[in-house]
Design a protein around this ligand. Sequence first.
Ligand SMILES: [Zn+2]
Length: 291
Amino acid sequence: MTGPTPSDGDPLGWPVEDTVVLSLDLECDYGTAIEPNTYEAAAETTTLRTLLETYDLPLTCFLQTELLEAVPEAVATLERASVRVDFHAHSHTHPHPRRADVASEIDESLARIADRFPGDVVGYRFPDGAIPADGYRLLADRGVDFSSSLFPTWRPGRFDNRSRPTVPHEPVSGLLEVPITPLSSAIRIPVSLSYLKLLGRPYWELLRRRAPSVVVFDFHMHDLVPASAADSLSLPYRTIYGRNRWEGVRIFRRFVEELRRREYRFVTMTELYATLEDARSRRVSAVSERR
Ligand SMILES: [Zn+2]
């Protein structure tokens, strides 16, 4: 059910403006909505790579590391892109939160990411926005620098995070949470490809009128390219994913073009994290000087 209710500390807020992170959860088709895992949409990363290269966009990829064996080409295609692609962990098997062995999912996926990809900054995204009660502590104990798992929104029957911060904060010492951005602190609908597809024009209008200054945008390959596994989805999911089913690429392009028109900077989570770390250490030294 719901995640932890840590103190959240004093939210850091954003030290930058007009900045966007495109964050892909590269995972099995439709996440935990169907079993067993299939990878038809994930195998289509060439479509995404073409989009990224066309617009010169860096990508942050939260990788369900089983893909390294299940569909190695999906990952290799992104690695070979001419744009920057950073990889972080998104569990190993993408288990249903109720059946997950959380610690071993974290350990396995972190080990595989460290094995395969260079980079000093380690990030993790829990599947399904389901942050276990001890989740942040488990990450901090393993030296993870940031989590980007929190949907500060409400998902019926899953979580109610409407009182949680929408901006970066430190839920446990040494670990930053960088939430997936909602439209605003009053309208807590995530800025994600799935919601742009689901809610259509009214949501676009809201986004146009009051685009958040910093956006951690979330999307999946199955939002871009539908997979045949959609036919085995339960009715509510089929309705959700069925809307604008074939329009993923067009809507993604429209979103990117809108933010480019507004001169947003596209950065990776690692770059954003560096800015946040900088702001945090400046704040810490300001506090200690006042003492
Ligand atoms: Zn996921």
